[in-house]
Design a protein around this ligand. Sequence first.
Ligand code: PLP
Length: 386
Amino acid sequence: MTFQTQLRIPGPTPLPERVVRSMNRPMIDHRGPEFAAILAEVTAGAKRVFKTKNDLLLLTSSGTGGLESAVANLVSPGDEVVVALCGNFGERFAALASAYGADVVRLEFEWGQPVDAGDLEVILQRHPKARVVLLTHNETSTGLTNPLRELAQTARSAERLVVVDGVSSISSIDIETDAWGIDVAVSGSQKGWMAPPGLALVSVSERAWVQQAKARSPRFYFDWKEAKTWADKGMTPFTPAVPVAFALQEGLRMLEEEGLANVYERHARLARATQAGLQALGFQLFAQDGYRSNTVTSALPPAGLDVAALRKLLDTKYGVVIAGGQAKMTGKMVRVGHLGAVAEGDVVQVIWAMEQALEELDIAPADGRGVAAVTASVQGVAAAAR
Ligand SMILES: Cc1ncc(COP(=O)(O)O)c(C=O)c1O
């Protein structure tokens, strides 16, 4: 019997009660003072999370819309664009650039491995005309966080524009947009922000604006200039996802009440606990040690386990929803999300349910070792902090 679904996918993430309540109100005029105040608060709060003094635009779209806006505003057909990729979201970024007619230069790494800054430097030397570099901060498909500071600084030193997909990292994993030289960073409301899907957050540097004025891709809905002109008047060019803005305002307040350093530390703690629990259950962590994500853990199943059967049982009997692999890893991997409104007890619950399910699927006895490993991880962290 389950009373509430435990959403342990890497987004959309669970909504805290405060966030749900924030949306339970009548609609407002999106061109009136009330919305202007919300837009101002959300923009200022998001800038603190991004650690940027650059412009920050709110676009009504999923994260991909934010990424598409970056390509549409910065890339002209025929331009060389370097895309560093090590998973499915990097692939998508490359496909997006191709769709806009870019001449995509792929710097590709095995799934589960991070992008290497030395290799990025070499490829940039070989392609001096590539103005724009597309990077993925947190590769959600493999549960890996790239060494973004190093990568961004490498691209910046080579005088390129640095565009970062931070959809599944920003607000859960630290980013220093300005200090690391990131020109454009993109996130999505349904991830660590604890809000529903519907708003993309995009930061745009001065250098990016200069390129924006020169780039010649067709753009309309995602024209940054329009977004900025209207934002300066407390509005968006088109009707925004108003209820998601209510939610984002509340989610941001909660992040700041907890304190960003504490939020990042909590995500690190949950990642370690999830890794410990999955390993104790016989799963093999997929992403390279040292680069494992604090928002999503990917793991290969123990021999004989049918991932689809596991996910179905978890969902129908235990109310726990986890993700599987994407693209070439479909059916070969589990991915457990632990970003946003997630605490230690939620990790205990997912690992407990997985342990029960493994017994029911005749893979291993439910002897409590998964939960014990999670508890030991959490207590070890607590002891170390004392
Ligand atoms: C790293 C990354 N990039 C892009 C996206 C796409 O975002 P959306 O589904 O909001 O368009 C996701 C979504 O999971 C993601 O994790």
